[in-house]
Design a protein around this ligand. Sequence first.
Ligand code: ATP
Ligand code: MG
Length: 483
Amino acid sequence: MEPIMNQIWPKVFQRFHRRSLFSRRSLSSWAEHATVSASTNSRHMKPTLLVSRLYQPSNLHEVGQNTSLQGEMTCKSQRLMQQAGLIHPSNPGCYYYLPATVRSMEKLIRVIDQEMQGIGGQKLDMPSLCSAELWKASKRWDLMGKELLRLKDRHDGDYCLAPTHEEAVTTLVAHQTSLSYKQLPLLLYQITRKFRDEPKPKFGLLRGREFYMKDMYSFDVSEEAAYQTYESVCQAYTRLFARLGLHCVQVQADTGNIGGKLSHEFQLPADIGEDRLLLCGNCSFAANVETVSSDSTDCPQCGTGTLVESKGIEVGHTFYLGKKYSNVFNATFSNAQNKLAVAEMGCYGLGVTRILAAAIEVMSTEEGIRWPGLLAPYQVCVVPPKKGSKADKAAVIAEELVQTLADALPLLRGEVVLDDRTQMTIGKRLKDASKLGYPYVIVVGQGALEEPTRFEVICQKTGEIMFLSKEGLLDLLGRVETI
Ligand code: ATP
Ligand code: MG
């Protein structure tokens, strides 16, 4: 690919590309570069992200038009995400993740990385194409039935597109014959696409046939140590959802075809959730109904409380696996007595794309997306006055404000967009901003021309409107948490 690029890319772009390859935020710098406005691209100014140039349209399709492209929109998050140009359907259970979604997902991945690495997780990346041999060894080649997407290669070899990676990771660890007890617990994780031929893909990113999952696998010296690892992962999950501002319930769960003895699901209570939960009003008991045998509504844990049923979206799942896979694939380590012992395992999933959609499902209004603050694709949208209106002169102030924010608040770099569609009224652009859910919208209108200068700030989450000076604005936005 490189030689072709060299022929067709303008020289300046090649230079930029080479430089940005080595910067931490090379992709977002590229995006900034690509959406620069001619008027603001003077030698001394930083590039400005312009709404008119972002590929996240409403520009893609107007609501209600061309419904054949939109597919059936079965829930709020799917409808809002498609209408805002965050996702676009391709075939059943598969979506294009458009740029704003990718930004949000990259943020979620950074939070997940922090939490997983915080408990000692090491990130790797395993092949999606998995040989049938491994799956036959664990017997899941037959057990998984039609959900496993199977294919043959040119040599007539059987493969599947991995729906999960217990077999693959256990084989990998088994290959390391010199693994010592001193290296355990070993926690390996990845964030990759998973494939499942779901019987009923639906609800947009909530149940896809191709989706992103974080899957972590742990290897421990003993059952006791494995339980400790299990507990530390559950705590990391709890912290993660708290950081996102999501109310998440940890419920005891069925172990399904993964096998093993102990399992929990992390559920976001929501009406469209496909899981039924039983929660005790009196104590911490919380379970998926699948695990509760009696029909009684008395709580089995405290005996006095009553169980109340609610629906939930499963966003995470943890399993203690014991030696189920390590026995099959011979994943061993040398113990303190220098003898080979079979590792105790656990596995821990988080539905990355499902978390995005589920968060939108539980936080949004019917009219507009509301994001967990950390995950909003952009934190701030600056709206200048309509061209030809009385406050027209404030347009320059809006452009300057974007520069001031970039200079004064480095954490907001790449997080501020300018809605340069000045042929539209402020009202129409505010409606779009509310649909997309930028946490902060700043209107630069008549107040920006008066003394003292006032900017109108809309905090989308609370609906609160404030009139702030530039200093007040910097103070407010300086407290925004970004990742
Ligand atoms: P479900 O019961 O919803 O089918 P599962 O029990 O099959 O999920 P796991 O094997 O535990 O799912 O996968 C780990 C995580 O991956 C789940 O907790 C969920 O968040 C996510 N996930 C599973 N299936 C899908 C899917 N089809 N689309 C999007 N995310 C999914
Ligand atoms: Mg599950």
